[in-house]
Design a protein around this ligand. Structure first.
Ligand SMILES: NC(=O)c1ccc[n+]([C@@H]2O[C@H](COP(=O)([O-])OP(=O)(O)OC[C@H]3O[C@@H](n4cnc5c(N)ncnc54)[C@H](O)[C@@H]3O)[C@@H](O)[C@H]2O)c1
Length: 311
């Protein structure tokens, strides 16, 4: 299996490390020629400064796209048209119509398309998902997410909703196993060009709800969630992967094995391209995340709820 990485910035470096360890990395492409050359040398693989050169000169099966959000659509379209599988970092695209176009292209060209909604592979979230399925603590009725930290001002192409809240929008849909039917949001900006704080309420069927608070203002890194079930509450930390279960008269802290979610995510994508595993993050679901992010922005601009009919 031969894979290439497009974009070796802050996050792409992690993909490169894992792909190289798995023995499947064959080339790195970055428009920053120094980065492309340095990392090509570091991992002893070919390096390119443009996607066009990569597609013309390199033989490969799958590409990982870790470039800024606004570039995802153009880069991924070219890769799909060359009949290669593509994993795109989150959000899959900035706009819904672009996501729908990629979906259509991937079907026409018979390639696997997925997106980096990594929290599904976080052992703490997996634990909650298993509790939802087994009904160990009854029914899941409410989710609450806090994802906060001061972000550098260099992110210019997206606000906190498309960049950060999307993780929790995806996780909420994954845990409730359905898309929301209504979105209400308030958002504003303090330091960035786009919104840098947002609170989003997603309404699901049977009055179930997810509240998503994201900001680039809080000085410390916060990555927490609460999952309220009818018979207990699970609180968790996405970073430490620790969870706590509170029931009527007892508190339990289960031991969870710490695993790097990115490794599991990459392995699932690669296995799905060989039809050895079912793809966990389906492209249709990633398009829905973008639709909800757009609805959240619209809701905050209009000051009204936005009703959705998602499949
Ligand atoms: N899953 C996660 O937890 C997570 C975390 C951080 C970032 N991300 C996502 O990863 C992506 C990249 O984020 P980042 O923080 O690494 O950004 P970054 O700005 O640090 O790096 C982006 C890299 O892409 C390169 N690049 C830009 N345009 C290119 C093009 N047309 N062709 C090839 N290379 C190009 C840049 O030179 C840079 O090296 C974004 O989609 C972001 O949302 C995901």
């Amino acid at each position: 299996m031969r894979t290439v990485l497009v974009g070796i910035g802050g996050w792409g470096k992690n993909h490169a490390r894992i792909l190289s360890k798995l023995g499947v990395l064959t080339a790195i492409c970055d428009t920053d020629s120094k980065k492309a050359k340095d990392f090509g040398k570091k991992y002893s693989v070919n390096h390119y400064e443009s996607v066009d050169k990569l597609l013309n000169l390199e033989e490969f099966d799958s590409a990982f796209v870790c470039t800024p959000t606004l570039t995802h659509f153009e880069i991924a379209s070219k890769i799909i048209l060359s009949k290669k599988n593509v994993f795109i970092e989150k959000p899959m695209t900035y706009r819904t119509d672009e996501g729908e176009k990629l979906l259509e292209l991937s079907r026409k060209n018979n390639v696997v398309l997925s997106c980096g909604y990594i929290e599904r592979f976080n052992p703490a979230v997996k634990f909650v998902k298993e509790c939802v399925t087994s009904k160990k603590f009854g029914d899941l009725i409410m989710l609450e997410f806090h994802r906060e930290n001061r972000m550098p001002l260099h992110i210019k192409d997206a606000g906190v909703i498309h960049d950060t809240s999307v993780h929790d929008i995806d996780t909420a849909m994954w845990l409730f196993d359905s898309p929301p039917n209504v979105v209400f949001a308030r958002a504003g900006k303090i330091n960035h060009e786009h919104e840098d704080f947002a609170t989003i309420m997603l309404g699901f069927k049977n009055e179930k709800v997810a509240i998503i608070s994201s900001n680039w203002v809080t000085p410390t890194k916060v990555r927490n969630f609460n999952a309220v079930f009818t018979d207990g509450i699970i609180s968790g930390n996405f970073l430490t992967q620790e969870i706590k279960i509170e029931k009527k008269n007892e508190t339990e802290i289960p031991r969870i094995e710490n695993i790097e979610p990115l490794k599991l995510e990459i392995e699932n994508f690669l296995a799905s391209t060989e039809k050895k595993q079912e793809l966990v993050v389906k492209p249709e679901q990633s398009v829905n995340v973008t639709k909800i992010a757009e609805a959240a922005l619209l809701s905050s601009q209009k000051g009204t709820p936005i009703y959705l009919d998602l499949k």
